[in-house]
Design a protein around this ligand. Structure first.
Ligand code: ATP
Length: 195
């Protein structure tokens, strides 16, 4: 599961667990982006903090891991490059790229989308506000390497958490307590402008 994880939240964790059960996956590896191509990364928390929070959040789930692959590679974090690298590392694995439906619909606009769809099955998990019906608008080739997983909708986003912290509100119940504590300790997001 790739993402900015700025910060990680229960929407990510719940989507990952849903996908894992639905498809009987052995492990879910969370891959925090070093420098996501599609986001304004001048206003993001540092990669090391996003990585540390992701580690804290997955700590109590034995099937969850976190990879530094995109952070250590440097440069822009393209999913196609990551999948190629992971294929070399885990030569015997079958890959599933877990995303929200919003992201699944956007992948055809990413760097080397054909590579992405050929190296993995994209798993699109339902997300509030994004119509899964739109999946039919994807090309038949794309739809062939995509599965949709229905899930109880978790109406939480990293943007909401950053805005709450900036406004002095608590993020309890939106992300694990260890992540809340880390944000407090490192004063993440508290001096942020509007996002
Ligand atoms: P931001 O609010 O900063 O845009 P985000 O909450 O969308 O962030 P990302 O790290 O960009 O988080 O998301 C990583 C992946 O998790 C994406 O594929 C996204 O669609 C998915 N995702 C995020 N929140 C949810 C959610 N509540 N339910 C299902 N999928 C989600």
């Amino acid at each position: 599961m790739g993402g900015t994880f700025d910060p990680i939240h229960y929407g990510h964790l719940f989507a990952a667990e849903k996908a894992r059960h639905a498809l009987s996956l052995d492990r879910v590896i969370f891959v925090p982006a070093g420098a996501p191509p599609h986001k304004r990364y001048d206003v993001m928390a540092p990669a090391e903090d996003r990585y540390a929070m992701t580690l804290l959040a997955v700590n109590d789930n034995e099937a969850f891991d976190v990879s530094r692959i995109e952070i250590d590679r440097g440069g822009r974090s393209y999913t196609a490059d990551t999948l190629e690298e992971m294929e070399r590392i885990y030569a015997d694995a079958d890959f599933f790229f877990i995303v929200g439906v919003d992201t699944a619909l956007d992948i055809p606009n990413w760097y080397r989308p054909d590579k992405i769809f050929s190296l993995c099955t994209v798993v699109a998990v339902a997300r509030p506000g994004f119509l899964r019906d739109k999946i039919v608008e994807l090309t038949p080739e794309t739809r062939e390497s995509l599965v949709v997983v229905d899930s109880t909708l978790m109406d939480v986003s990293a943007t909401e958490i950053r805005n709450r912290v900036r406004d002095g509100l608590s993020a309890n119940h939106l992300t694990p307590e260890a992540v809340c504590e880390y944000m407090r300790k490192k004063r993440l997001y508290s001096n942020m402008g509007e996002s």
